[in-house]
Design a protein around this ligand. Sequence first.
Ligand code: NBG
Length: 859
Amino acid sequence: MKRESRAMAGRGRKRVARSGRRPEGPRAEDIRTGLSPETIARAYRDNLYYLQARFPSVATLNDQYMALAYTVRDRLLHRWVRTAETYRERESRTVGYLSAEFLLGPQLGLNLLNLGIEGAAREAMACLGIRLEDLLEHEEEPGLGGGGLGRLAACFLESLATLEIPAIGYGMRYEFGIFDQAIRDGWQVEVTDKWLRLGNPWEVPRPEITFSVPLGGHTESYTEEGQYRVRWIPDRVVRGVAYDTPILGYRVPTANLLRLWKAEAVESFDFQSFNTGDYYGAVLEKVVSENTTKVLYPNDGLPQGKRLRLEQQYFFACCSLQDMIRLHRQKGADIRTFDRKFVVQLNDTHPAIAVAELQRLLVDEHRLGWDEAWAITGRTFAYTNHTLLPEALERWGIPLFAATLPRHLEIVYELNHRFLETVRRRYPGDGARVARMSLIDEGGERSIRMAHLACLGSRGINGVARLHTALLQASVLRDFHQFAPEKFSNKTNGISPRRFLALSNPALASLITEAIGEGWMRDLEQLRALEPLAEQAEFRRAWRAVKRGNKAALADLMRARTGVGVDPDTLFDVQVKRIHEYKRQHLNALHVMALCYRLRRDPGLRVPPRTVVFAGKAAPGYYQAKLIVKLINSIAEVVNRDPAMADRLKVVFFPDFNVKNAQHIYPAADLSEQISTAGMEASGTGNMKFALNGALTIGTLDGANVEIRERVGAENFFRFGLTVEELAELRGRGYRPRDRHEADASLREVLDGLASGDWACGDAGLFEPLVRSLLEHDPFFVLADYGAYVASQEAVGQLYAEVDAWVRRSILNVARLGYFSADRTIREYCRDIWQIERVPIDLGGEPVHCPEGAAAGAA
Ligand code: NBG
């Protein structure tokens, strides 16, 4: 049936071709590529019947969603095939973006937006009695990432496609993504994320694109034509199978490839075992092999020293490199020119093993000499560091590494030997430096420093915000920076304005577009044109109405999810991100408790009513973070039940923070909490998402906050807290958190209340570990910044009461945020690191998006 409809579409095309001109009147659209509402409706019905074997009167919401998703996917495939063809013909230089995580978020809405058929699809669905919104809400997002790092990778892919840059994203197709978070009795409970349960309409499996990944075993040396060679005899082989997802650019024909690897057994069923009655043994290999991509490690910014994690990293690096080599050699190119075709970006150290793997492939498999191979390897890679936290820098213990990757261990030793020779020559007699720079950490259990391997193998090394890059060069990678300063640069992160403004906040997007045109969607700096409008009362009124509407929508959603009702006219004070002590959700919590005490004491206190919203997942093994989740929920219990707080203070923990929920939260925030300890947050990107949606920031001078404040203007940003230098000085002097407790009555009241069980139904022991950590060590300087934070919150309250002044600042924040577009970041990577240029795709005269007017009532 399917074939028939395709053939019919083909016949139509042939007729046009033979007569040499198109039929008169509106062109007969291809059911798989046409963009008009009629064609979309026809294609939807076709998919429902022939792909899903369903008919409308029995179709479930999921069937409907799938039918529309397939309809949209067809339109992507068309662009995707043209893109792939063009890159192949032109042998375009391509970036391979290697990332253990791609936190894509829901696909349908963004693809409709980027195709320019949101209105047409809405109309098509309406004709069939279906609300597009219901389908969008139904979609389950691929949870293939845990936090900022994975989401950054997803924004980058979207920008790369929008900028028409040849790129392939490479990662893993985890069967279970980041866990879903449920809250029971105030505690986080992790629920398996079965995102593939109902099928994934966006991916195309490629069973014919597979690579073998050897693991374990030992090595043997031999001589071949007088050359010393090494052979790796693994004791296990896993197979990687490609699953492809098209990534469409905004209103351009470019659709790039995201290729995710799934691990499979080479032999999934052993008949010998089965025949001898060993039914378990018959499928053992399948079970063990598939474990490799079973689950995403949910540890944003924390290391995970598990064997499986090392296998995952090697698995996807190995498949991805083999695939790039295959693509490079498709047209007979020499392996020696590999680095002219591909530049490989390492997104943090998770794929850093690729450095040793490429060297192995070139030397052992492609028979190049060591030096020649190393020259190619060193020109291929570039490395982005995403964290300074020493405990988050990846290392692999030598015994584990040797047992898993025996050949790579030899390669690492050889690389290290040669590298340290050059270090010794450069710095004669400086043994301490040699030990510091070594790829091997000799202290304690000997381990491999993956960041050092990444640096050694890369021609470009970058941090993700100006402050972070400076600190990187001064601390964690100081020796490497001194050794090769020319390799270092900063690339301040950015976000996709399509997803995080146009799609998430359609009301604000339309207001902006009405005022300044739609050019901002591909050139975010154009938002500057909003600046003068901040002075127009009419525009401010409209701006405020949009925010009010978004807050009302979030209030409804929060009531549905948590049962807590909140008033959209209160100040929405929001902190959403992974739960981590350095991000200091507990600092925010202390302020809420203090505010509650004050309001109880002084019912006439003139501060604007607040709704404090938290959301975020804690790593399952991170006890203190989970206790912070419990603390927030306990505070919410107390505050929301207290009649004295009614209409004055509410606290909500919004469960299961993910991209989909985030898209409802950012547009509704008045105040964005970016309160990490200075020097700890590499960049942050939530800070940009809030500000782009008109929230004002309360924040420390950390990560990209520094640059955001500079751009929006210090007067439009609530800055507080110690700077990196002040903290260093305080550390040097000897920080005694107990002194703060002594000196500050408000802090005393809050911490003593917490310790005495005031916030835990009298259970004094519950939050004792938190209180003790704060009083005894306070490694993240919560108490040191407490006073300044409370004072800054006071200033927030005062300004919020002056409605006009607040709205004016909100507009200015948005107007000046253009720099933080991921498009700008990607342009910088292209120019400074990748040396890649755009390759426009020609769709042969077909419209790239739905022409104006074709979709009456388009949003
Ligand atoms: C995170 C940082 C964030 C940063 C993102 C993206 C890791 C290791 N790092 O501050 O903590 O915004 O990376 O660069 O997840």
